[in-house]
Structure formats: structure tokens, C-alpha cells
Design a protein around this ligand. Sequence first.
Ligand SMILES: [Cu+2]
Length: 373
Amino acid sequence: MSKLRKLGLSVAIAASLVALSSPSFAGEKMDVGSVAKQAQIQGLERVTQTLVAPPFLPEHNQVAKGGPKIVEMTMTIVEKEMEIAPDVFVQALTFEGTNPGPMIVAHVGDYVELTLKNPKTNSMVHNIDFHAATGALGGGGLTHVNPGEQVVLRFKATKAGVFVYHCAPGGAMIPYHVVSGMNGAIMILPREGLKDEKGNAVSYDKAYYVGEQDWYIPKDENGKYKRYGSPAEALGDTMKVMTGLTPTHLTFNGKVGALTGENAMTAKVGETVLFLHSQANRDTRIHLIGGHGDLVWTGGSFDDIPTTNRETWQIGGGEAAAALYTFQQPGIYVYINHNLIEGVMLGAAGHVSVEGEWNNDLMEQVSKPGPIQ
Ligand SMILES: [Cu+2]
């Protein structure tokens, strides 16, 4: 038996075990203490979070207002064909029709309550594993939904940081769904907001969410990328390319060029921008050409002291990270995976277009290029 199949089976077994024990998770066999707790949770204020397509974040407070809340949102699973580069198509599996799925934002102590819908027009079973959640495979064991079903999962946000979520239906379908686009991230802010390396409060003027995706697109005998009619049809060929571990494309936000040119992220000189970056499957390293990570929470935990003055920050597969930068010069910055083959040739790059006054003290072209004297 191959390692992959063994792994798949062990995960499937783990998932089925969780499914068997799920009634106690679901609250059907609660003791008196649990009932009291349940009543307490139900008494909390409910707020509905309207999710938005990346690179944008839903409306949120950086410093929590009031006590813990139930933050509720709905995500619909969308199976659809996406063009990830000119004339390159994938039978994508997505949360909310985008790659990555939408960023969710809550505060430590809040309860995140997700209604996950798998419309009957879809063809596959899906679920969601929140790396921010505790227990039941991150909720993966409690959220399998067939086409035509929905499920509601609530978890308590106990860990501050930015975390990946992804579909993990079992076995080899776990990596298949993840590399077909079914992943996103959630940011759990400390109630008092972010702090710098000295413990002073910091805030951002805007935030962007960049989801990096590795794609494994099969080619035909003439070397042309193949196009398929359904996720099931794409499965066999895609699995073969996947197990070679060499992506054919890497995208920031679902398409080569999704964040460049007219689609560039924007900022003004003096503005502080929080960049949130996730990679659900594969290691990456991010660099802002012409700028820095003033504060970087490598590993994504906001309880850690951020590192400073970073040139490049590592993000492991299955991880998200946060970087804060105050722009000081106008112009186009390239936000890139600094394996430059991956960034420049496979697609993992975006732009930040910054307006403002040029500062000659920081940099000046002392003389233009000309003949050697
Ligand atoms: Cu899925």
C-alpha cells in the first residue's frame, strides 16, 4: 500500500471515528454544566459577518468592542471552472466561488458560527477544517455535507493569529480539494488589537488578504494544458501531476495577474498596510520588493512578539502569516514569492501601487544611466 493511501486511510478512519462520536460534540448528550454553558453562549450578542472576495477583508474592528460575540457567517461551496492563466482552466472547488475563500475575522473569545452550504448542483462531498479551531479535526469531522445539504459549525476562537481553513473530505480527496482551490484563512485578533515588538498598540489603515495556490494542470500529448468537463473527470490526470509535487502554476488570488496592473493592491505614502498571506499546501516565502516587513508574525500567532525589519518571511504549507508595513515611497512595489522562478515564471506575484511624494533622502538617482566616463 502506498504511503499516500495509508495516510488517506488513517485520516479517513480518524474522520469516521470522529463522526461516530459526533453526537456528544453536537450537544445531544449534554450534562447539566453543558446545558448551562449552552444557554450562556446562546445569550451572547450575534453579529452577522458579510464575507467579501479577497484581497479584501470583511468590515471589522481592530480592537474588540464590548464582550465576546457569536460571529455568524454563511459560506456556499462552489464547484466551477476557473481560468487561472490565459487559456489555462481548472475544475476548481471553492468556498464562495473564489480562490482563496473569503477571509473571516473575529476576536479571541468570540464564537465563530459558520453555516456551510453544499448546493445540490455540486457533485462532491465537502467539509471544512479550521486550523484556528480545537477538536474534531478542526471541525472537519463534523461538517461533511453532501450536495443538497448544509451544516452549522460553531467553534470558540481561543488562539490569536491568522490561520488557514480548507476542505478535508478524507483520503486523497484532501489534497485534491485543497489544490483544486478549496482553502482560505481566518484572522483571530487579540481583543485589544495588535502589538509591536515592544508591546505598544499598532493599527493598520488597510489590510489585504493574499492566498497563494499551487495548481497541477495536466497536459495533453501536444503539451497543451487539458480542459475537463467536471471535477470527477479531471481527478485521475490531476492526481498524477500532483504526486510529482511540481506545480504547473502558482497564483496569488486565483489567477496569474489577479493582483497586478489594474488589479494591484493600493496604498498611500504614510499608510500602514497589513498583508495576510496563506498557503494551504506548500511552503512559500514572501518579499515586498522595494519595501520590508516592518513587523512580521511568522507562523501567524499574534501572541508572539513580531519580528522586525524583515526582507523575506517564510510561510509553511498549511499556514498563514501576517506582515505590517508603512509605505514611505510612492511607486509600484512587487509582492512576490521570492523563489523567483515561482514568482516570475509560475505566477506567484502581485503589485502594490503606492501614491505620494518621493523622498530623495531615502533614495535618489544621482545621475541617469549614460556612457562610462
Ligand atoms: Cu471540498
